[in-house]
Write a new protein. Structure first.
Length: 106
C-alpha cells in the first residue's frame, strides 16, 4: 500500500474531534487510538452488566443492540457529547461515523 493511502492516509482533525485528539494531521488509526485513550481517561465506557443499551443500525441495514462495554456515555463529557452529535450514549461502533464528519482530507 502506498504511503498516504488507505489506513495511512493523513487527515486534519476539526471541531470537537480536534479537541479530543489534537489539531495535528494524523491517520484514522492514530485518531482512533487517541479517542480511545480519551474514553478511558474520562471513564466514558460502559461496564458489563450496567444495564445500559444502545440500538444502532449499521451499514448492513440490520439493527444491533449494544450493551455494557460497547456503550459510550458521551453525555457525561461536553466535548465528547458534541463529537457524538449531542447524544447521551452511543455504540462504540458509531464512533467512526462521527469521526469522519470531523476529518478533513489533506
Amino acid at each position: 500500500m502506498a504511503k498516504g493511502s488507505g489506513i495511512n492516509k493523513k487527515f486534519q482533525p476539526t471541531g470537537p474531534l480536534a479537541d479530543i485528539v489534537g489539531d495535528k494531521p494524523l491517520s484514522y488509526s492514530q485518531a482512533m487510538k487517541k479517542w480511545n485513550k480519551y474514553i478511558v481517561k474520562y471513564e466514558l465506557k460502559g461496564e458489563k452488566g450496567d444495564g445500559h443499551t444502545v440500538k444502532y443500525k449499521g451499514k448492513s441495514g440490520k439493527t444491533g443492540t449494544y450493551t455494557g462495554g460497547q456503550v459510550i456515555h458521551c453525555g457525561e463529557d461536553p466535548i465528547f457529547k458534541k463529537f457524538c452529535g449531542g447524544k447521551n450514549k452511543v455504540a462504540m461502533v458509531q464512533l467512526g461515523v462521527f469521526a469522519k464528519k470531523y476529518m478533513k482530507e489533506l
